[in-house]
Design a protein around this ligand. Sequence first.
Ligand code: MCA
Ligand code: AMP
Length: 615
Amino acid sequence: MASLMVGRVLVNCSGRNTITFNVISRCWQQTYAACAPSVSTPSETIQQKTSVVPVFRQAGQYCDRIALRDIHGEYTYRGIFLSSRQFASEIRDYLGGNYQERVAFLCPNDATYVITQWACFMSGQIAVPLCSLHPPNLLEYYIKDSEANLIVTTPEHAPVLSDIASKLGRKLLIFDEALRVLAMKQAVRASKIITGVESDLTLCNGESSEDLDGGLAPEFYDKSDAIIIYTSGTTGEPKGVVLSHRNLEAQVTSLVEAWEWSRKDIILHVLPLHHVHGMINALMCPLYVGARCVMLPKFESARVWANLLAINMAATERVNVFMAVPTIYMMLIEEYDRIFSKNARMKEYIRAVCSQKIRLMVSGSAPLPTPIFHRWEEITGHQILERYGMSETGMVLSNPLHGERKPGFVGTPLPNVEVQIARTDTSQEPEVLVVGNSSGTRILSKDTTNGELWVKGPGVFKYYYKRPKATEKEFTPDGWFKTGDTAQYTENSYRILGRTSVDIIKTGGYKVSAIEVETHLLGHPDIQDVAVVGLSDMTWGQKVAAVVVPRENKEIILSKLREWAKDRMAPYAIPTVLKVVDKLPKNSMGKVNKKELLLEIFPETEQRKMNNKTP
Ligand code: MCA
Ligand code: AMP
C-alpha cells in the first residue's frame, strides 16, 4: 500500500533564502530500490551530508530575473517555475501519482524544454530527453528501452510520437502552448518592473517567494534519479546513462566554481539538449546561479556571429559566455572568412568586441585541433578553454579559467573529481601510473604516464538503465569508472590521446558506434560486408566512412546509400565517405584490423593526421 505524507518544512536554500515547500512523498524509496544498480559505484560511496538542491529549487530564488530568451521571447525564473509546477501536477496525474517513472520528452530548443524538464523533476520523475534529428525507429528504441510510460512533446513532433505511442501503448501528452505563455507573461511583468536594472531587488523577498513552493521533500532528491542520457558504446545498442539529482548537483557546482559562473552571465546556447554538454554545462549551470540563457533553435553560423557581436541588441542583452564543440568553432571560422575577411575594420571590431565583452569561450566533446585554437585567438583574442568530459561522468578535466590554456591539452581535474591514469594494456593487473584531483597530480610510475583514464566523484553516474552487467564492467572493483579514453599527464597537464577502441567515432561532437552503423548497413539488400571507420577531418573531427563489399552485380552509390539510411540512423551517424572494395582484409579470427584498413584505404588522410599530431 502506498503511504502518503503531506506537510510543510522550512529549508534554507544556500543560506540566502528561506523557502517553504509542500512535502509530498509516496513510497518513492520502493520505486527507487527497484531500479538501483547492482554494483557499488563511486557516487554512492562518496555520499555528501547536505541535502541536494535540484536546479528548479535553486532557481526559485531568482524570481523576476530573466532566465531565458528564445525565439518566442523572454521568460523569468518565476514564470518558468510556475509553469513547470502546473505541468508537474498534470504529469503526476497522468502517472497515477507514481514517482521515478521515466518520461520521454521531445521539445524544441526553447522554454518548452526547460518547463518540461523541471516538471519531470518537480513531480519526481526521471526525464529522458529525445532528439528531433533521430528517425522514428531510434525514438522508439529510447522510449522502449527506458520503459517510459509517458511521452511529452510539442505539436510539431506530435504526429511522429503519436504513432510511436499508439504502437507501444504509451500515453502521449502534448505540451500546452498556454504553459509557455504563462511563463512569458511573467517576463512582461518583470520587464515593466525592472527594465534594464541589474539589481538584487529582482531576487525573491519574503513575500514573493511564497508562490514558489514546488517539488517534493528535500530528502526525495537526495536519493532519486533525474535524467537518462543515451550514449553509444563499442558493442550493442545505445545504453541509458542514469544521472541522479546528486550527480547533477555535483556536476553543476563543480563547473560553477571552476568557471566562476555568476548571475551576471548571459550564455549563448546553440547545442542539442539531449547530451550533457548542452543540457548541464550550457543550461543547468546558468540557471543554477540566476544567469540568463539565450537559446537559439539550432546552431547557425550567421546567427551566432550576430549574437556574439550583439548586432542590433541592447548592451544589457549582450552574451558573455559561449560553449561549443570544435566543429562549431570551425564553422564559425569559415563563416568569418566568408563574410568579414576582406574588411579590416570589421576584423578589428570583432576582435575588440569579443575580447572585451565576452569572458569565456569553451570547447569540448571532442579534441580541439590546435590550428582552430590559434585561429580563434587571432580572430577574437580568446584562448578557447578546452575541457574534457563524458556522459557518464560530467566534466572531468579543464584548462584553467585564469592562467595558461595549452592547445592540445585538457587541463587538470575539476573540483570534486578524482582521476587516475592506469596501464591496462598488459596481461597483468592494471597499474596506476598517475593520481590527481583539483589540488594536484602525483606521478607514480618512472616509465610512462600514458594509460586509460579512470574517474571517481559525486558527479559520476550511477548505472546504465537495466544493464547491471554493463555497469559492472565499466567500473573497477574499487569504484573507478573506466572511461575508455587514453590519456597522458605531461607538463603539469592532461592530454587525451584518443579512444582505446577504434570502434568509437566522434563526429561533430556526437559519439557514434562503428559496430552499430555496420549492423544497420548490413541490413542493406545490396551490401555483403562492411567495415566502418572514423576518418580524420579538420571540421568534423572524424567523418564516418564505410568500406563496403557489394553483393554480386550490385552497385553501391553514396547518395543512394545515405537516402536509404535516413530512416534508420541518426543523420550524423550516416557515412559521408564511401569506398567500395572487392574484399575486406581479415585476420585469422575473421576480424578486420581497422587501423591497418585506414592506412590501406585512406593513406593520404592518415598520413596527414600523423603529420599534424599535436603538440
Ligand atoms: C552533418 N553533416 C556532416 C555531419 N553532420 N558531415 C559529416 N559528418 C557529420 N557528422 C553535413 C550534412 O550532411 C550537411 O551536408 C551539412 O553537414 C550540414 O548539416 P546539418 O545537419 O545542417 O549540420 P549542422 O546542423 O550544422 O550540425 C553540425 C553541428 C551538430 C552543429 C556541429 O553536429 C551539433 O550540434 N553537434 C554537437 C553535438 C554535441 O552537442 N555533442 C555533445 C555530446 P550538406 O549541406 O551537403 O547536405 S558529448 C557530451 O555531452 C560530453 C559529455 C562532452 O564532453 O561534452
Ligand atoms: P559522450 O560519450 O558522447 O559523452 O562523449 C564523451 C567522449 O568525448 C569522451 O569519452 C572523449 O572520447 C570525448 N571527448 C570529450 N571532450 C573531449 C576533449 N576535450 N578532447 C578529446 N576528447 C574529448
